[in-house]
Ligand binder design. Structure first.
Ligand SMILES: Cc1ncc(COP(=O)(O)O)c(C=O)c1O
Length: 387
């Protein structure tokens, strides 16, 4: 007869019966059991498909990675603990001292800070190129350029760049191209089919879709994803199995959510465009958008993000923001609920005047993440907030 402590620690394991659940099980365990030293050796030598330790790999996380790879038509995908973990891990995996990384000057602020401030401390030179110059080979590529990072549509201005043209220039020069596809989602835009090497997402946004998971993903050819998975093991930015499960559940409704985001955002953008109190509406689906033709050529839907510019700078944008009732004041995007943020106070906070100018961001901008509510209710709220 074993003691009570031994029983509570080990008895349940004897009582566990394997089952075939309909939904993805959450493997909430840090480590996995082996039968023998030979099994461990087989794992280490790549002769086994077993799992060893959840920082190296976990069945729940691996299953969701396979779903994400399929969504992006990629050979492989890796999940990380945030979009920024995906970005940082990729840059550390693929770059070394002496290399140059080229980044669009209009980019999510966190990416800009990482590339402009952290990478140079490790000997990686950072160069920023305006979005309109990304398709000019002489502006894009230098002798030490190893990787090009860009977004389309761009946070928060919704500017779009020609993904196929940038990817082709990079491919010809043997430079890795990476696009942040967060704003479009894989339903509206398929960058790998356009020739890009790697596709990144803040899975925190549309992929999860319910504003309750922080995660990031990088998808692409197995030969590029493998070193990123290797760096993830060393840098440690893994995703917890609970979060991977929630993300996998959110993904099941991605296509239907995106269809409704597209529809609602188009209706909101059209309504805003017709309102004299609004100086400018930026939505890739509007014919007035400066990159409408680029967006039409490479997107099958225009997404849920709308940027409004109001005359009167930050005080006027802040008044609109403060008056919102149904649309919530919050920094993220891509969830079922509509959110509004002021880019100069959130996604572009800490930028210099020059960095804001290069990104095309003004203090009068308000960024809307149009959710899945009834669109008449959203428009009524925007209407009263503009008064
Ligand atoms: C376009 C874009 N890329 C990357 C990120 C970073 O993702 P995360 O917040 O999941 O680290 C964000 C966050 O807002 C974003 O908007």
């Amino acid at each position: 007869m074993k003691g009570p402590s031994t029983n509570v620690i080990h008895e349940a394991e004897g009582g566990f019966r394997r089952a075939d659940p309909l939904t993805l099980p959450i493997y909430e365990t840090t480590t996995f059991l082996f039968e023998s030293a030979e099994e461990v050796r087989a794992y280490n030598e790549g002769r086994s498909d077993k799992f060893l330790y959840s920082r190296y790999g976990n069945p729940t996380v691996t299953a969701v990675e396979a779903t994400l790879a399929a969504l992006e038509h990629a050979e492989a995908a890796v999940l990380l603990g945030s979009g920024m973990a995906a970005t940082a891990t990729t840059l550390f995996a693929l770059l070394k001292a002496g290399d140059e990384v080229v980044c669009s000057s209009a980019i999510y602020g966190g990416t800009l800070h990482l590339i402009a401030e952290l990478l140079p401390r490790f000997g990686v030179a950072a160069r920023f190129v305006r979005p309109e110059d990304l398709t000019r080979a002489s502006a894009l590529l230098g002798p030490r350029t190893r990787l090009v990072w860009f977004e389309s549509p761009i946070n928060p201005t919704l500017r779009c760049v020609d993904i196929a043209a940038i990817a082709a220039l990079c491919r010809e020069a043997g430079v890795v191209s990476v696009v942040d596809n967060t704003f479009a989602s894989p339903i509206n835009q398929q960058p790998i089919a356009l020739g890009v090497d790697l596709v990144m997402h803040s899975a925190t946004k549309y992929l999860n879709g319910h504003s309750d998971v922080t995660a990031g993903v990088m998808a692409g050819p197995a030969a590029l994803v493998a070193p990123i998975a290797g760096a993830r093991k060393m840098l440690g930015g893994v995703l917890d199995p609970q979060a991977a499960y929630a993300l996998g559940r959110g993904l099941k409704t991605l296509a239907v959510r995106i269809a409704r985001h597209n529809e609602n955002a188009m209706a909101v953008a059209r309504w805003l465009e017709g309102d004299a109190r609004v100086a400018r509406v930026l939505y890739p689906g509007l014919a007035s958008h400066p990159d409408h033709e680029v967006a039409r050529a490479q997107m099958s839907g225009f997404g849920g993000m709308v940027c409004v510019e109001l005359d009167g700078g930050l005080p006027r944008a802040a008044r609109f923001f403060d008056r919102l009732q149904l649309v919530r004041r919050a920094a993220s995007l891509g969830g079922v609920e509509s959110l509004c943020s002021l880019p100069v106070l959130t996604s572009q906070w800490g930028h210099s005047e020059e960095q804001l100018r290069e990104a095309g961001v003004t203090a009068g901008m308000a960024r809307l993440s149009v959710g899945l509510e009834d669109v008449e209710d959203l428009i009524a709220d925007l209407d009263q907030a503009l008064e």
